[in-house]
Design a protein around this ligand. Structure first.
Ligand SMILES: [Zn+2]
Length: 271
């Protein structure tokens, strides 16, 4: 999903009730602000966010009365903070189109605050939009994740060793026998599988970009695997789905095998 696709719904009168943005904190924060601007902007729908109207400017300098930002205090988002927020959601908004609640480093929610948050996400008050953001989804409850539209910023860094592992797997994928694949997945814990998928995602994006949009700078720091660009493109939604399963903590050994076998089928079908 592109940033444009993410913002598209926010321009309309039917945005999602909850978003989760994942990536480097600075970028995620900037995107959350842009999302809030898009929601509050007073310009015509297709021009949102215009960046120039009173609403955009107020979101920009953090003075918009309907955009609420919740920051962790001493490394935790505490129950009282979420409670105060829940009280806020009951008041009718001041001037904006939506009441927007931004939750920075959402993963620092204590168990109590996450449960309180969950109640809000399960029955979102009319006219409210929640935007959670953090570097990873590792510390978020699966029940919270399942309520959010998840957007991952590409900037999430992948260590070079994992990129190399991902490139090797992509290169070998068409030739690997089922038994070899099963052996491979036996070595993967959740964390390694995630880094492997992120590496594959980055390489497939670069491969696709190199073929169809060569003016875009590549992100990977290693030589690209010899996969046909068409196969790389076909793999991207599958990789995305794998990452989503991982985030919701519903991936296990069997799913992992199925995932890699599907990857292989897609790659060989595109040869
Ligand atoms: Zn505007």
């Amino acid at each position: 999903m592109s940033i444009e696709a993410l913002l598209a719904a926010a321009k309309t009168d039917r945005p999602n009730h909850a978003y989760l943005l994942l990536g480097p904190l600075d970028e995620a924060r900037a995107l959350a602000k842009r999302l809030a601007m898009t929601l509050e902007c007073e310009a015509a729908a297709e021009e949102r966010p215009c960046g120039a109207c009173a609403a955009c400017l107020r979101v920009g300098n953090e003075t918009h009365p309907d955009v609420h930002l919740l920051l962790p205090e001493r490394d935790a988002l505490k129950l009282e903070q979420v409670r105060d927020w829940r009280r806020d959601t009951r008041y009718y908004h001041y001037q904006g189109r939506w009441q927007v609640f931004l939750l920075e480093r959402a993963g620092t929610m204590t168990e109590q605050s996450a449960n309180s948050m969950l109640k809000l996400l399960e029955e979102p008050p009319a006219g409210t939009v929640f935007v959670l953001y953090d570097e990873t989804a590792d510390r978020l409850l699966p029940t919270v994740l399942s309520r959010c539209q998840i957007y991952r910023l590409v900037g999430e860094t992948v260590p070079e060793a994992d990129l190399e592992g991902a490139a090797a797997l992509l290169n070998e994928l068409p030739e690997l026998q089922r038994a070899d694949l099963l052996l491979r997945t036996a070595e993967l814990d959740k964390d390694r599988l995630r880094r492997l998928l992120l590496g594959m995602q980055l390489l497939c994006r670069d491969l696709t970009a190199a073929a169809w949009a060569p003016e875009l700078p590549g992100l990977s720091t290693i030589p690209l695997p010899g996969l046909p660009p068409r196969a790389a493109l076909a793999l991207l939604p599958e990789i995305e789905q794998g990452l989503e399963l991982l985030q919701r903590n519903i991936i296990n050994r069997l799913l992992c095998d199925t995932l890699l076998l599907r990857f292989r089928r897609i790659v060989t079908a595109q040869d």
